[in-house]
Ligand binder design. Structure first.
Ligand code: ZN
Length: 659
């Protein structure tokens, strides 16, 4: 599972003061550069290891494009052909196509990553056609099929670029009455399959396959060498093999297991890989590469491809490691039915990391914290690894304006607390969310280690709620002072800051859903649900208005914590029993629907302050320096400060794999 909401980190000591973080704004999106300051100090062998793993990350990037939307790669080719040959394109059309292309890159296709809704080109089809022809004269190549003209290609893709009613939602967990969650979702994880088709069908490759109905029968197209995306996966395998000689023994074992899984695509090999990966606790470099998170699948079963390459940030890692070392203490005090408490907690590993590259579902939009593996049975037996992404948090923090906190604070004292402590409290909460949130608890044996299967489209939101609630519950425990996680004299203020900002967020996050009256994204659902549940069942949070502005005011930390404990007991019960109906009722009542007038008010307030709704990140760039015999003698890192240049470079690097 991954955390997506920025929990701004405390200010880094090593960052040069005047370098550029915020690069550009495109409508409600911001583009921000990520820096990996520790890379230059890594030993050469680690740098070479990172370089090969980064090549593997780029090699798989197109897999996620294709998973997210069947027309994504063709659409990207059209857009990139135009924006790279745009000298003679009419200026207004050029500006609009460039705007749309940037959003397309940030969101990996025409669907907003947070709302799941489609966004379209705001020029005419004729203007797009004129631009394409102007680019063609300048030498642009378009992805026409055999015998197809450029105009026929554009006509075929016209509904995808221009019609918001065609394939309107990438993932639709709560479609209108009677609609099926799979056919209502435009992603490419299924083709022509409904939920009722799946009754009695046993998937052999639940995580790493695309399900299609062919001649009335269900077929699993398995992602593996020689299978679906075979060329990309073979390229990934080649880079992983090249990386192995530079890896520690534990990491090499995990990489070999991953290669085997990519070759066979079999569940047993995926399990062997998960186990080898979670048992590599001490390597300074790590990678996540594969079909991992299930948020994009309305069923919460199919993994979206992603890759992350990182090294441990030693300076930042003390806090999260302390939480991991005390995992059993927390587990023993979870405010839920003791039968869901784990005994003999082991294998909990946690690190602060700096990422060097993220692709697929993790980039350009990135999580801030990750806890894996997602396989509940493996977590219960072998533990889990948690990371907080330090340099992502740093980049968020450096690109956030102070008004973001003050505009929605009821008092100057609240805003002042947020200035002083929200970065610290946010990082601590994210770390607890990952390590003792996702890492905790067990489920009824009846569920056979897969609460996903029982909770279906409600699973991810329930699991995110559980992790948030664990963090909110324990942040006020006096024991945190003994563990050295918070300074004693500031503990009360830190707790108040976190509870206040959590309540505010339920209001401020509405800016991200500019159309409609429903929240689709799981982390946003969970945060909405918790705050609205607390409003309904406790006296912890007031809704107040002043000068036509709405505020969510946290006014009683004790009532807040008490309510969190009660809700957490229920959420754990729902997961432990796989109680689908209770999960659905909980989110339907508190997590999904909101008042559009309130959202409009929030949007007006953030737009006046120019606050972004979401952020796409530009990754560092690596370049291998080779000697005369072709050996890598150094790996240089640089910072492109340019989203378009990086996206075009990545696309060019993998075009030959697409056949
Ligand atoms: Zn999470």
């Amino acid at each position: 599972m991954a955390s997506t909401t920025p929990a701004p980190a405390s200010t880094s000591t090593s960052a040069p003061p005047d370098r550029q973080y915020l690069l550009e704004r495109i409508g409600e999106a911001a583009v921000v550069q990520i820096y990996a300051d520790g890379f230059r100090a890594l030993p050469l062998s680690d740098k070479i290891l990172v370089w090969h793993l980064a090549q593997a990350a780029i090699a798989g990037r197109d897999i996620f494009y294709d998973q997210r939307y069947a027309h994504n790669l063709e659409m990207r080719d059209v857009l990139e052909a135009i924006v790279t040959h745009a000298d003679d394109v009419e200026p207004a059309a050029r500006e609009e196509i460039e705007r749309y292309t940037r959003l397309f890159w940030i969101n990996t296709g025409p669907y907003n990553n947070l709302t799941a809704r489609k966004f379209v080109l705001a020029c005419t089809p004729d203007a797009l056609a004129a631009a394409a022809h102007a680019a063609e004269i300048r030498g642009a190549r378009f992805p026409v099929r055999a015998g197809e003209t450029l105009d026929a290609l554009l006509e075929r893709l016209r509904p995808m670029f221009f019609d918001p009613a065609v394939d309107p939602t990438v993932t639709s967990k709560t479609p209108r009455e009677g609609k099926d969650i799979l056919t209502a979702s435009a992603n490419n994880l299924y083709s022509d399959v409904t939920m009722s088709d799946l009754t009695g069908f046993e998937e052999k490759h639940p995580l790493n396959s695309r399900l299609v109905k062919r001649d009335g029968r269900l077929v699993e197209e398995v992602y593996r060498v020689g299978g679906r995306y075979g060329a990309q996966i073979a390229a990934i395998v080649g880079h992983l093999e090249a990386a192995i000689p530079y890896a520690t023994e534990a990491m090499a074992k995990a990489l070999r297991a991953l290669i085997t899984f990519y070759q066979t695509g079999d569940e047993a090999d995926r399990e062997a890989y998960d186990i080898a990966w979670v048992q590599d606790k001490a390597s300074p470099v790590d990678t996540i590469n594969g079909f991992v998170e299930v948020y994009m699948d309305a069923r919460s079963i199919k993994g979206a491809w992603e890759a992350i390459v990182s090294y441990v940030n030693l300076e930042k890692t003390t806090q999260i490691r302390t939480i991991a070392e005390q995992a059993q203490w927390f587990e023993d005090r979870m405010p839920w039915d003791p039968k869901y408490r784990k005994e003999g907690v082991h294998g909990v590993t946690a690190n602060a990391i700096d990422i060097v590259i993220e692709t697929g579902e993790s980039g350009p939009m990135t999580p801030v914290g990750i806890n894996l593996p997602n396989d509940q049975a493996i977590r219960e037996r072998y533990g889990s690894k948690s990371v907080s992404l330090s340099n992502v948090n740093e980049a968020y923090d450096k690109s956030t304006l102070p008004e973001f906190r003050s505009e929605f604070s009821w008092t100057a004292e609240e805003a002042g607390r947020a200035m002083r402590w929200s970065a610290f409290a946010g990082e601590l909460t994210t770390n607890m969310h990952e390590v003792i949130g996702h890492g905790s608890g067990k489920v009824d044996e009846r569920l056979k280690g897969s609460p996903q299967a029982a909770l279906r489209e409600q699973f991810s939101a329930i699991e995110e709620s559980r992790a948030d609630l664990v963090a909110l519950y324990f942040i006020s425990d006096p024991k945190l002072v003994d563990f050295g996680l918070v300074p004693e004299d500031a503990h009360e203020e830190i707790v108040r800051t976190e509870y206040e900002s959590y309540a505010r967020n339920a209001l401020v996050q509405l800016r991200r859903v500019r159309e409609g009256t429903e929240i689709e994204e799981d982390h946003m659902r969970n945060r909405q649900m918790i705050v609205r549940w607390l409003m309904a069942h406790t006296t912890a949070i007031d809704v107040r208005t002043r000068d036509g502005r709405t505020y969510y005011v946290m006014n009683d930390p004790h009532a807040f914590r008490d309510g969190v404990g009660r809700l957490l007991a229920e959420v754990q019960r729902i997961k432990g029993e796989g109680d689908y109906e209770a999960a659905r009722a909980l989110f339907d009542a508190y997590g999904v629907h909101f008042d559009p007038a309130l959202r409009d008010e929030v949007v007006a307030r953030v737009d006046r302050l120019q606050l972004p709704s979401y952020t796409g990140f530009v990754m560092p760039r690596l370049e291998a320096v080779r000697n005369a015999s072709g050996e890598i003698t150094e790996v240089e890192i640089s910072y492109p400060l340019d989203l378009a240049a990086q996206m075009l470079e990545y696309s060019a690097a993998t075009r030959h794999l697409r056949g």
